[in-house]
Design a protein around this ligand. Structure first.
Ligand code: KIV
Length: 278
């Protein structure tokens, strides 16, 4: 089965079909979310927080993204693979941005790249798209600008900020972006932007009117129950399952309930290998 293309994702907007997107950072999770039928997988630079344990995404490098993208790519047979361009890999110049985007495609096996920013990144997007690499834009809360924004806060509450975000979205579409992520913006603004753009919008904390939704897989699965933002719907509480399972394992090892003979090999001829074969 071939992986979904950006053109097929765009057709979903015209066909009024919502796009589902989730992050993944390794082969195991990629295989599972692909099998579950997700349309798009994002190797997000959120890996700086959920994989590397940092407070923000700023320390993530292009090497990190290439490595995780390669791992994820091996687990996908259907979902479209898009990969974040990390901080300082596209801000210096469109030429450097193109080189880094090229690495994510060639070495990371991505099908498209995602980068943050509005009008100011339009020339960079143009350059990357002209080289044949599809780009996903990202506006609203742009975590790589956390120090300028003063934290992870809802953006575009004031009228002036809303007009600016609408212009940003139009500039991204104009520059050739294939889709746009809208993060933490009021639902009325997301509706306006989604109605004005021909390309799909993918929301996170942006309400019901976007053309698709994205969540961080660790959040969706409840792997860290301390994180409970308003926009999140948890579909599992795996933190509890993991704790319970590993605690049981520790108890079994300590009291000798594991391993048993059932889990052991013997030197007799009728070995477990032979039993499995016949
Ligand atoms: O890095 C990421 O996971 C993201 C999504 C939250 C959109 O950019």
């Amino acid at each position: 089965m071939a992986q979904i293309t950006v053109l097929e994702l765009q057709k979903k907007k015209t066909g009024n079909q919502k796009i589902s997107m989730v992050t993944a950072y390794d082969y195991t999770m990629a295989r599972l979310v692909d099998q579950a039928g997700v349309d798009m997988v994002l190797v997000g630079d959120s890996l700086g927080m959920v994989i590397q344990g940092d407070d923000n995404t700023l320390s993530v490098t292009i090497e990190d993204m290439v490595y995780h993208s390669r791992c994820v790519a091996k687990g996908l047979s259907n979902a479209h693979l898009t990969v974040d361009m990390p901080f300082m890999t596209y801000q210096v110049s469109p030429e450097i941005a193109l080189q880094n985007a090229g690495r994510l495609i060639q070495e990371g096996k991505a099908q498209s790249v995602k980068l943050e920013g509005g009008e100011q990144v339009a020339p960079t997007i143009k350059k990357i798209v002209q080289a044949g690499i599809p780009v996903v834009g990202h506006i609203g809360l742009t975590p790589q600008s956390v120090h300028v924004l003063g934290g992870f806060k809802v953006q575009g509450k004031a009228q002036e900020a809303q007009e600016k975000l609408l212009l940003d979205a139009l500039a991204l579409e104009d520059a050739g972006a294939s889709l746009v992520v809208l993060e933490l913006v009021p639902k009325e603004l997301a509706k306006r932007i989604s109605e004005r753009l021909h390309i799909p919008t993918i929301g996170i904390g942006a309400g019901v009117h976007c053309d698709g939704q994205v969540l961080v897989c660790n959040d969706l699965l409840g792997l860290d129950l301390r994180f409970k933002p308003r926009f999140l719907k948890r579909y599992a509480t795996l933190e509890e399952n993991v704790l319970e399972s590993v605690r049981s394992y520790v108890r079994d090892v300590q009291d000798g309930s594991f391993p048993t003979d059932k889990h052991s090999f013997t030197s007799e001829r009728k070995s477990s290998k032979l039993r499995r074969l016949y």
